[in-house]
Design a protein around this ligand. Structure first.
Ligand SMILES: [Fe+2]
Length: 238
């Protein structure tokens, strides 16, 4: 399986605190059947900056450490971005790290109020050939109350990534209800861990896939952690 959203890189944000914790997280992921993790540290959320060069360098260093430790996980670069005013400008300037640095997909966490301004940012992203991957809308009050707005973004070409622990109910009843509703409406493309630690938010996908399979069928649930994220990291239209 491929985990498209993970705070696996140590010491960059509120994810893995140390190299040892990051390695332990990878051991947990490997045991769960995960082979590839896209490292997506927070960026431009008002707390963490995490520039493209820093993330790429950290990914190289961490992959070397994984090899030495004989952990069979390949880590790829990415970001967990929040929408901010200069995003389009920074993208044009080549400052933004897209998923696997291919220039085609960006994971974006949307604000709790979705205005027409947000819609125009998404439109401008797509004009530049970048497809927004909307991060965990089931944890967003606005999307929970207005699934038709999420449907609108999907109709216009956005992809939707949900958090594995929302599906298993570990993010509370509201998120669980919303994510199951989105799954029923075929609004979900990717399940990812958004892992931050070994215990509080561990890098586990398989139990969420089993629950999702009961709603969308085994094959489609499996695609959400295999072929769809694979296309995204290989720069093909998912
Ligand atoms: Fe995240």
């Amino acid at each position: 399986m491929i985990d498209l959203h993970s705070h696996i890189l140590p010491e960059l944000d509120d994810g893995a605190k140390t190299v040892e914790e990051a390695l332990q997280m990878c051991r947990i992921a490997e045991a769960d059947g995960i082979t590839t993790i896209v490292a997506t540290p927070h960026s431009m959320n008002g707390i963490y900056l995490n520039k493209k060069e820093t993330v790429c360098r950290k990914v190289d260093e961490f992959n070397n450490t994984l090899k030495k430790e004989e952990i069979n996980i390949n880590v790829l670069p990415g970001l967990d971005l929040h929408l901010y005013p200069e995003l389009i400008l920074h993208l044009k300037e080549g400052k933004i790290l897209t998923l696997n640095n291919h220039g085609c997909y960006l994971i974006i966490e949307f604000p709790e109020v979705i205005s027409s301004h947000i819609e125009s940012v998404c439109f401008n992203l797509q004009v530049l050939g970048v497809i927004p991957v909307i991060s965990h809308p089931e944890r967003n009050y606005f999307f929970r109350k207005n699934p038709q707005v999420l449907q609108g973004f999907v109709n216009r070409g956005a992809l939707v990534q949900v958090t594995a622990m929302s599906i298993t109910g570990e993010f509370g009843k509201e998120a669980e209800k919303a994510v199951k509703n989105f799954l029923k409406k075929n609004l979900v493309h990717i399940i990812a861990t958004d892992a931050h630690s070994i215990d509080r938010r561990p890098p586990l996908l398989s139990s969420a896939v089993k629950v999702a399979a009961k709603i969308v069928g085994k094959e489609q649930a499996w695609r959400m952690v295999t072929t769809i994220p694979e296309k995204i990291i290989n720069q093909k239209r998912a």
